[in-house]
Design a binder for this molecule. Structure first.
Ligand SMILES: [Mg+2]
Length: 163
């Protein structure tokens, strides 16, 4: 049973694109269903972590918006940072999952027993994950992952059938 969900930001929480307005400001897009899914996971007692190579204003927004249990930004070595965090936080590696979308995630996707990629990633990245989702980047990825993570819990809560 999964106890913590780790997420990349660009291409997982967002669609991986940068939108630029007329004044030259960069904007990113997150779907509401993914925002809801993060909070649904939190309400179910699942810990949330973000692991990103970026360190910018958008990262700050994500950190404040979701108040995740773990937040690793500016990670050039995601696998190394992940292993260190597992040790420091005393988490069981077999009970966490990771969702990533790019070459920078390949090592970690391979390492984690339960790893997911969106449907629209490069073949090399796809091959490194245990599960390929139906959702494309930024289009319900976290919602779909939440479904996988929460399903075994919902089944366990069902009362035993009367005989
Ligand atoms: Mg990414």
């Amino acid at each position: 049973m999964i106890e913590a969900v780790f997420l990349d930001i660009d291409g997982v929480l967002t669609d991986g694109a940068v939108y630029v307005d007329a004044a030259g400001h960069e904007i990113k897009r997150i779907s509401f269903e993914d925002i809801d899914a993060v909070f649904e996971l939190k309400r179910a007692g699942i810990k949330i972590g973000f692991i990103t190579g970026e360190a910018n204003g958008f990262c700050r927004y994500v950190r404040e918006r979701f108040a995740p249990d773990f937040f690793l930004e500016g990670c050039k070595d995601k696998l190394g940072a992940f292993k260190l965090l597992m040790r420091k936080a005393g988490l069981d590696e077999s009970k966490v999952c990771y969702v990533g979308d790019s070459k920078k995630d390949v090592e970690l996707l391979r390492y984690v027993a339960s790893s997911f990629v969106p449907a629209d990633v490069d073949p090399g990245v796809k091959d490194s994950a245990k599960f390929v989702l139906k959702a494309g980047r930024g289009k319900g990825v976290i919602k779909e992952v939440a479904g996988h993570v929460l399903k075994p819990r919902a089944q366990r809560r069902k009362p035993p059938r009367a005989t």
